[in-house]
Structure formats: C-alpha cells, structure tokens
Write a protein that binds this ligand. Sequence first.
Ligand code: PNS
Length: 165
Amino acid sequence: MTERVAVYPGSFDPITRGHEDIVRRALGFVDRVIVAVAHQRTQPKPGLFTIAERVELIRSVFGSEPRVTATDFTGLLVDFARAQNVHIIIRGLRAVSDFEYEFQMALMNRQLYPEVQTIFLAPDEHYSYLSASLVREIAALGGDIARFVAPWVLTALHRKLEETR
Ligand code: PNS
C-alpha cells in the first residue's frame, strides 16, 4: 500500500503546543508528516529564530516520533510538495479570522497543483488563541509562556531573547 504523506507548512517561529497538536491530529489519518519551514512567507513578519534553528526545534520536539520529519523549503509550497510527491497539505484553523487567508491559499495552491488537497484541522480549544507571534511577544515582555511551548523551545526562546537584547 502506498504511504500517505502530508506536508504541514508554516513559519514555526517557534513551534508551539498548538502546532504540535495539529501534527498529532494529522498523524491520526496519515502515515507521515513533513513539517516544512518556509523561507518565503505570504505575509511579511519579522522573524526571531533562523530557519535552521526553527527546523532544529521542531526536530527536538518530535525526536521520539519517527513519523514526523522537519525540513525547510524555498520558493513555492506547491513546488516543494510536488518534488516530495505529496498530495496533502495540512493547515490549522484556529478561528474564523484565519479562514479568509487560509481559504485563499488553499484555492491558489490547488490552482497551481491540482493534485493537492488542503486539509484544515481545528486545534484543541485550549490552543485556539495561541500563535507563535503572541508567544514571542509575551516572552519578550517577561510573561510566562511555559505552557505554550515545549521545554527546549522555552529554553531556546529565553536564550535567543537574551542574545538579541
Ligand atoms: O505559519 P504561516 O506564516 O501562516 O505560514 C504561511 C506559509 C508558510 C504556509 C505560506 O506563506 C507559504 O506557503 N509560503 C510559501 C510560498 C508560497 O507558496 N506562497 C504562495 C501561497 S498561495
């Protein structure tokens, strides 16, 4: 039987418990998930971690899960998916406010790569308000983010914020 593989693309700056939750949900119906950190983002946002650091953090979070791999990609997501022979894109949908942007991307990606399907997953409701940008901001302002990220991500965030101070 052919392996069912999905790509879960994003900025992952850094990976949060919400992202982890989406990956675990996807593993319920695919054999393997490629978590792919984009060099080109659709919306310009300032980054904190380098792309390589983000990939490393994802690898450390899923170290004991052989069905999850992490990598980065340049250029279009559909070109990456096609090169990997992947036909499933996973995206998390936290709230209605995410919908317009996500729907537009899904339809555009399907225009560019008709064999691809985007599957939207709802996170655990405890994570529906969670975003990497809020985590970065709260951490930078001294707030407690321990419950929103894995322990090594927390350590890396504190170290990174120290460096950039
Ligand atoms: O976590 P994000 O920042 O919301 O993820 C957005 C991402 C990386 C999935 C999107 O910007 C993307 O796919 N970028 C790759 C470039 C691309 O394919 N752009 C056209 C999208 S229709």
